[in-house]
Design a protein around this ligand. Structure first.
Ligand SMILES: [Zn+2]
Length: 167
C-alpha cells in the first residue's frame, strides 16, 4: 500500500529522495510517508515433542500452515500479541518462555514484516481452531509434512531445532 495523496492536506504526493531513499513526500506541508515493515509476533510451542501449527483460513496463502502469529496492535506489547494470537487461533493459553529470534520477511504480499518469535509453553485451554485459522495441530518438528506459508516461519523452526539440539 502506498499513498497517492497527502493524508494531512490532500495534495498529491511526489517522489523525493530523503536520507538516500525515494519517499513519497508532500510539496505543500511537511508530511513524508516513511514506509516501515509491520511488526508481528508469534510462538514456537511444543507438546509431546510436537510443534503447534495453524492452517490459514484466509489469503494470503490460505490452506498453508504457519506458526501461531499475528500483527501487533498499536497498544500491545509483542509478548501479549503472541499470547493473544495463539489463544485466538488455537484455543490454547500459553506463557512465554524466551525470545527465539527476530526475522525479516518479504514474502507476505500485504507488507514487509518484522516477526518476533518467542518460545512458549501451554498452560491451559484446549485445541479449538478459530479466528483466522481453519485448523490447528501438532507436527513432528523434525519432519513437518505440511506446506509452511512463510519463509520466516521456516527460519524460526530451523533455529528452534538447532536450539533443542545444541542448547
Ligand atoms: Zn500535505
Amino acid at each position: 500500500m502506498d499513498y497517492i495523496y497527502c493524508p494531512v492536506c490532500r495534495s498529491k504526493l511526489q517522489d523525493r529522495v530523503l536520507e538516500g531513499v525515494v519517499r513519497k513526500a508532500c510539496g505543500k506541508c511537511d508530511f513524508v510517508h516513511y514506509r516501515n515493515p509491520a511488526p508481528a509476533a508469534g510462538i514456537v510451542c511444543m507438546m509431546d515433542n510436537k510443534v503447534l501449527l495453524v492452517k490459514r483460513k484466509y489469503p494470503p496463502k490460505a490452506g498453508e500452515w504457519s506458526l501461531p502469529a499475528g500483527f501487533i496492535e498499536y497498544h500491545e506489547n509483542p509478548r501479549d500479541t503472541a499470547v493473544r494470537e495463539t489463544f485466538e487461533e488455537t484455543g490454547f493459553k500459553v506463557e512465554i518462555i524466551d525470545l527465539l529470534n527476530v526475522y525479516g520477511s518479504c514474502d507476505d504480499p500485504r507488507t514487509r514484516v518484522v516477526l518476533i518469535v518467542f518460545t512458549a509453553r501451554i498452560i491451559g485451554g484446549e485445541l479449538t481452531p478459530g479466528d483466522d485459522a481453519s485448523d490447528a495441530g501438532f507436527f513432528d518438528v523434525e519432519a513437518i509434512d505440511v506446506k509452511l506459508a512463510f519463509e520466516n516461519h521456516r527460519e524460526a523452526l530451523h533455529d528452534y531445532r538447532k536450539r533443542i539440539k545444541y542448547d
